[in-house]
Design a protein around this ligand. Structure first.
Ligand code: NAD
Length: 504
């Protein structure tokens, strides 16, 4: 079978660019290489940024109504072709079709939020702040902005960024993950079909070379990044050093606290869904269950029972619930964490390492795995595994559960399961995490709120999409205006207003 070549999209044209380097793209369910993605050189980055800069001259001054109309047309195309997009995601990422459809839906909701841009960009106006003096604020686009995104949500995470950026009047350069790049081409074609002018949305594929060139390019005004913590830190430090506005979302280790009074059936359903959904390759996946007092004795058998019913299979099978991991290397790394957990003395309750899928022996599969008696000094607790591995940490007080989470270096998402309103209230107030669920395992806000963690899960002062998205992609300008009136004439070297001098 011939391999597809995945190209950049610059100024409305698919192009291989000038780079000689290419990276392999796999179907993780079969383990076979299905494509090759072209990697951008600095010269390609320069071409894309130059095209975006040129397009900004017109797009940045286009009417709100025009931008909204294009966003509505794009929304219709994405909604109509949901299934095509989802299939593309499942083929290169490996997640189930149902999960891919969910990802498209969540992205679509951000596009819908951006369709409302005319309302979102309304400024503020204060009339007569002093006699004859009005003050108003407006929000202007930044110029060329770039998005650098991870493999685990190849369509949704870019959609957290570019619909809002573009609706605000910016032009955009996307550098998606090189591991599942094809869906970005599909999106670029749909944007063009929706009437977006050339150069407003560009896609560059590649690795560190492309990312660093974007971070250093003088015509890139802002960078949105989502990915692992070490790269988020690098992007934040290099981007801000070069004078750019940066929001960089990093990795996670999400804890779910189970109090003894919790609804254990609900808690077990939630732990399995949030721990093993998308094979644990979600930044909001639960990876640690913190049980208080004897809660583990009730919870673990219920989780175990549910795990026997899970179907790990390729996304082409209709009843698949968990797909493969993204690469063989990552699959082997997850397996090595399971080995380390055993060696470090955790109790392996369910072992997914030996799973084989008939007909897909070369696929990057690993089965759901459950550990009990994990302690915070073990590598399975300390590191982000990003696979279907759940660790149970037992503690003997609620205070200790909260203390454990607050000590963790990440603070993306967390949840508490309890029927006690006071305990939930305490959790909400005291927990040092950006997104908090109360009897909700994956507390991801819809598009009209913003998404973002604390600590090493987010570098920068803006969360992503929602109102923070609008603020990130615009800068505020304040205008103070007065129309000449004879009473204000005359030299005044002071700092007091007319009213403060007791004149009216
Ligand atoms: P990654 O950090 O390896 O890659 C992210 C992006 O950075 C990719 O586009 C990649 O090409 C680029 N990149 C990789 N190495 C680089 C380097 N040395 N210099 C410059 N750029 C580089 O992340 P990933 O493996 O694709 O995604 C998984 C990670 O993303 C996990 O840690 C997960 O928690 C995190 N994630 C976080 C969120 C969030 O909202 N906080 C959401 C999704 C994923």
């Amino acid at each position: 079978m011939s391999k597809r070549i995945i190209k950049h999209w610059i100024d409305g044209v698919a192009t291989s660019g000038e780079g000689k380097q290419r990276g392999p793209v796999f179907n993780p369910a079969t383990g076979f290489q299905i494509g090759e993605v072209t990697f951008a050189e600095r010269s390609d980055v320069d071409k894309a940024v130059t095209a975006a800069k040129k397009a900004f001259e017109t797009w940045g001054n286009s009417s709100l109504v025009h931008r909204q109309k294009i966003m509505f047309a794009f929304r219709e195309l994405v909604a109509a072709r949901k299934l095509d997009i989802a299939r593309e995601v499942s083929t290169e990422h490996g997640k189930t079709l149902d999960d891919s459809l969910g990802e498209v839906q969540r992205g679509l909701e951000v596009i819908e939020f951006a369709c409302n841009i005319a309302h979102l960009l309304k400024g503020e106006y204060s009339e007569q702040v002093s006699r004859g003096l009005d003050t108003y604020t407006i929000r202007r686009p930044l110029g060329v902005v770039a998005g650098i995104t991870p493999f685990n949500f190849p369509v949704m995470v870019p959609m957290w960024m570019y619909p809002i950026a573009i609706a605000c009047g910016n032009t955009f350069v996307l550098k998606p993950s090189e591991q599942d790049p094809s869906v970005s081409q599909l999106v670029a074609e749909m944007f063009a079909e929706a009437g977006l002018p050339n150069g407003v949305f560009n896609v560059l594929h590649g690795d560190k070379v492309a990312v660093d060139a974007l971070l250093e390019h003088p015509d890139v005004a802002a960078i949105s990044f989502v990915g692992s913590t070490p790269i988020a830190r690098h992007v934040y430090e290099a981007g801000t050093r070069n004078g750019k506005r940066v929001q960089a979302l990093g990795g996670a280790k999400n804890h779910m606290v189970i109090l003894p009074d919790a609804d254990m059936e609900l808690a077990a359903d939630s732990a399995v869904s949030a721990g093993y959904g998308s094979a644990g390759e979600r930044c909001m996946a639960i990876s640690v269950i913190v049980t208080v007092n004897d809660a583990a004795d009730y919870l673990i058998p219920k989780i175990q029972k549910r795990m026997t019913t899970l179907k790990v299979a390729p996304s082409t099978e209709e009843d698949a619930q968990i797909g493969p991991l993204i690469t063989r290397k990552h699959r082997d790394q997850v397996a090595s964490y399971v080995n380390a957990g055993v060696n470090e003395g955790a109790t392996l309750v369910v072992d997914g390492r030996d799973l084989e899928i008939e007909g897909h022996e070369e696929g990057f599969f690993i089965g759901p795995t459950l550990f009990d008696n994990v302690n915070p000094s073990m590598s399975i607790y300390k590191d982000e595994i990003f696979g279907p591995v759940l660790s149970v940490v037992r503690v003997d007080s609620y205070e200790k559960a909260i203390g454990l989470i607050n000590k963790n270096r990440w603070g993306n998402g967390t949840a508490v399961f309890t029927n006690d309103g006071g305990a939930a209230h305490k959790f909400k107030n005291e927990i040092q995490v950006g997104m908090v669920g109360i009897n909700v395992p994956i507390p991801v806000p819809l598009s009209f709120h913003s998404f973002g963690g604390w600590k090493e899960s987010l570098f920068g002062s803006h969360a992503i999409y929602g109102p923070d998205g609008v603020h990130f992609y615009t800068r505020h300008k304040v205008v103070i205006s007065r129309w000449p009136d004879p009473i204000y004439r005359g030299i005044d070297l002071g700092f007091l207003s007319h009213d403060q001098r007791g004149k009216s």
